[in-house]
Design a protein around this ligand. Sequence first.
Ligand SMILES: CC(C)(COP(=O)(O)OP(=O)(O)OC[C@H]1O[C@@H](n2cnc3c(N)ncnc32)[C@H](O)[C@@H]1OP(=O)(O)O)[C@@H](O)C(=O)NCCC(=O)NCCS
Length: 185
Amino acid sequence: MNGVQNAPDTRIRAHKTPAIATQIALRRPRGSDAIPIRELVAETGVLDLNSTYAYLLLATDFAETSIVAEVAGDLHGFITGYQPPSRPDVLFVWQVAVAPRAQRGGLAAAMLDSLVAHVRSQRGHAPLTVEATVAPGNASSRAFFGAFARRHGVPLREHPHFTAAQLDPDQAHEDEPLLRIGPLA
Ligand SMILES: CC(C)(COP(=O)(O)OP(=O)(O)OC[C@H]1O[C@@H](n2cnc3c(N)ncnc32)[C@H](O)[C@@H]1OP(=O)(O)O)[C@@H](O)C(=O)NCCC(=O)NCCS
């Protein structure tokens, strides 16, 4: 992921919206992406909206484990992630979003495949497990991670993890069980 990738994969080239298919670029995030990332999170209406400062940290200090998708200079999607310090064989995917106008065209799948390939290459192609927490009610996210596991032929296992009580004193937030996908080797 050195700068902008000018040769997006076949899934992106086959995006249902031709204007998106011809202009999409995947690249590592930078500081100027923090505000558009936050705006995109707000646009989805389902993700927890964090501070611009948090997204700025992700877009700078965690840029090697995050990715953005641009169409003609506009942010259309992103993935933020990190490698837990005590478990460098894990890529924890924190948030994934694709603009509603660009969904169901393979953009999130292409971002995750590209990000995983980048992290694996940085680690000398050692095995890597992808983790994410997904609320039981987030069907599109579950479908997205399930499709990733099938595409790579690896198991997806679910474990109890963050609880509603930990996330909100009024328990208005759903539990966030952990999905573990892999190892990819
Ligand atoms: C989840 C999300 C990122 C998927 O982005 P996307 O670009 O539309 O996903 P893709 O087109 O790459 O689809 C990848 C796979 O996920 C599945 N999928 C994606 N959205 C789906 C939906 N709404 N319903 C069912 N399956 C869905 C597709 O079946 C596809 O699998 P396939 O290629 O085997 O058919 C997008 O719907 C989104 O931004 N949602 C709001 C934010 C969110 O919930 N983020 C995830 C939690 S962190």
